[in-house]
Design a protein around this ligand. Structure first.
Ligand code: PBG
Length: 310
């Protein structure tokens, strides 16, 4: 009876796996703060893509870990840059089975670790960054991304990316907009996963956790600029924002269950303090119940496999 009357269901197709691909790695390198998550070599990446496709998840969301960083993040727009190479491999290997998504942000590629380029005073320059994002979007679409995923929270980024993609002949490449992205402590383990160079914080461009209405405003702006999907991030501490966005959005609404959310459950489970398997599906169910049509989660493949077994 409970199964029959359940209001919310999880399905593998609604799960998206974030993946890290490290330039120059000869084998997968574990991320210490995220047990079970690795920085992939190209070989381990291909194997993991095949596993993800076999599990029937909806897509993969790719992050590059480059060997070299510079002020403008030039690796981000280089066709031979690690993220563009990874996107091309993913498109080739599993592009018919999975939606290939690329993180569209400069932080993995800059030597200061910020999501944009800096002005003479060392502050993130919103409009100069938009120029780089436009170039990055075209590079990622050319590499084979189905969806580009701007995560840098620059004002106007969705409109600029849409225009650049259309002008370059990539009208079919979609935009997954990180719309309401909060300046969160829960990104901590991710910084290890991408060898982040960040000094300082992102509070001049990511949102204040205190603000709910502002999250809805950001999503509404992205919808007007042409976002194909809007996203709220992190997930669990922002379910109210997620519900607000889901109530007004006329495009799919996704949520990102971030590294710190993953690490909390894994750490508690490792201590025997929590029933890991139940906790994982409960968090995903809660995020779906609050309004997410799909969820980015580091447990995507494991959860999908367990759902298929039920
Ligand atoms: C920025 C980006 C971040 C995450 C995804 N994209 C880090 C940040 O904004 O500081 C975090 C994801 C996670 O914590 O799992 N490119």
């Amino acid at each position: 009876m409970r199964r029959l009357v359940a209001e919310t269901r999880l399905h593998p197709a609604e799960l998206i796996l974030p993946m890290f691909v490290r330039e120059g790695a000869s084998e997968a390198i574990p991320v210490g703060s995220m047990p079970g998550v690795v920085q992939h070599s190209l070989d381990s990446f291909k194997a993991a893509l095949a596993d993800a496709a076999a599990a029937g998840i909806g897509g993969v969301n790719l992050f590059g870990v480059p060997e070299h960083h510079d002020a403008t993040g030039s690796g981000a727009t280089d066709p031979d840059g690690i993220l563009n190479v990874a996107a091309a491999i993913a498109r080739q290997e599993v592009g018919d089975a999975l939606v290939i998504q690329t993180d569209l942000c400069l932080d993995e590629f800059t030597d200061h670790g910020h999501c944009g380029v800096l002005d003479a005073d060392g502050r993130v320059d919103n409009d100069a960054t938009l120029v780089r994002y436009a170039e990055m979007a075209v590079a990622q679409a050319a590499a084979g991304a189905h969806l580009v995923a701007p995560s840098g929270m620059m004002d106007g980024q969705v409109a600029v990316i849409r225009e650049a993609l259309d002008a370059a002949g990539f009208a079919d490449t979609g935009i997954l907009a990180y719309s309401a992205k909060y300046a969160s402590a829960f990104y901590g383990p991710f910084r290890e996963a991408v060898d982040s160079q960040l000094q300082g914080d992102r509070r001049t461009y990511q949102q204040d956790p205190a603000n709910r209405r502002e999250g809805l405003r950001e999503a509404t702006l992205d919808l007007a600029e042409g976002a194909d999907i809007v996203m709220v991030k992190p997930a669990m501490a922002y379910l109210d924002v997620l519900a607000d966005v889901a109530a007004v959005s006329d495009v799919p609404v996704w949520a990102y269950q971030v590294s710190g959310e993953y690490a909390m459950v894994e750490a508690a489970a490792a201590n025997g303090w929590i029933d890991r398997d139940r906790a994982i599906l409960e968090t995903l169910t809660g995020i779906r119940r609050a309004g997410a049509d799909a969820v980015l989660t580091y447990w995507a493949v494991e959860a999908a496999t367990r759902l298929l077994d039920r």
